[in-house]
Design a protein around this ligand. Structure first.
Ligand code: SAM
Length: 232
């Protein structure tokens, strides 16, 4: 396996680029849980710090960054409501980025994958696992505080509405939304571009200022990541 030659921070806080001997460049984050990986990713020690490789084929946020996302709304100490946490692949990197002073409220409705998510959260005190349906956000109101970032990756046809409803309850004014859109989950009969346009319009009419729409191909085909600011 090729050796690491350098690691440097990108223009996004706590998100790093790792250069290998063979010239390849990958993203990585500083491991909040040293010695442990989450989904088989490589652990890299460099200048006495342990990093985890962040696979853009496994995580849409990494794919969006590789494809030119201009700004990251995540900072040290951010509060994040994450809908569609699955087994915690992307959650774990968000947890690295916001560090121990941040919080990731990780909502997932499949009991099978929640079991794996709990294993991830056991080693990461800033991850709070919530077994719940994102369609009914009032059911987790005793567990979640106001958040700086709402991350939505639930692959549901009405996810723009679900995102907007959750934002109205939990997202701070001027907070940010990251929404992954999978065209085929919304309408298989329509062209992906038409679907993205319609979903973006829904967000705009629900108080979001859409900043960027990043096409995730080749990491995820027929997917985009939308970055928007919440005006309330
Ligand atoms: N975000 C994950 C990552 O990058 O590691 C992958 C998420 S996967 C594409 C979508 C997940 O959303 C699935 O685990 C699914 O069970 C979950 N999901 C779908 N609808 C949901 C809902 N209404 N409430 C909570 N979770 C939901």
């Amino acid at each position: 396996m090729s050796e690491v030659v350098s690691i440097y921070e990108t223009n996004m806080l706590n998100i790093f680029r790792c250069e290998f001997e063979d010239g390849t460049v990958r993203l990585c984050t500083k491991n909040l849980s040293p010695g442990h990986n989450v989904y088989g990713e490589r652990l890299i020690r460099y200048n006495k710090i342990e990093y985890r490789e962040w696979n853009a084929f496994r995580s849409k946020l990494a794919g969006a960054i590789m494809k030119g996302l201009k700004e990251s709304p995540l900072s040290v100490g951010s509060r994040v409501l994450y809908l569609g946490a699955a087994s915690g692949t992307t959650v774990s990197h968000v947890s690295d980025i916001v560090e121990a002073s941040g919080k990731v409220y990780a909502v997932e409705f499949s009991p099978r994958v929640v079991r794996e998510l709990i294993m991830v959260a056991q080693r990461r005190p800033n991850v709070i696992t919530i077994l719940a349906d994102a369609r009914f956000p009032q059911r987790f109101r005793t567990l979640v505080e106001a958040v700086d970032v709402l991350y939505v990756d639930i692959a549901q046809p009405d996810q723009a509405e679900i995102a907007s409803y959750n934002a109205s309850l939990y997202l701070k004014k001027e907070g940010h939304l990251l929404l992954a859109i999978k065209a085929r989950s919304i309408d298989v009969t329509k062209e992906p571009e038409e679907i993205y346009k319609r979903e973006v319009e829904k967000l705009s009419s629900n108080g979001f200022d859409v900043r960027q729409v990043v096409n995730l191909d080749p990491y995820d085909k027929d997917h985009v990541m939308v970055l928007a600011k919440y005006e309330g």
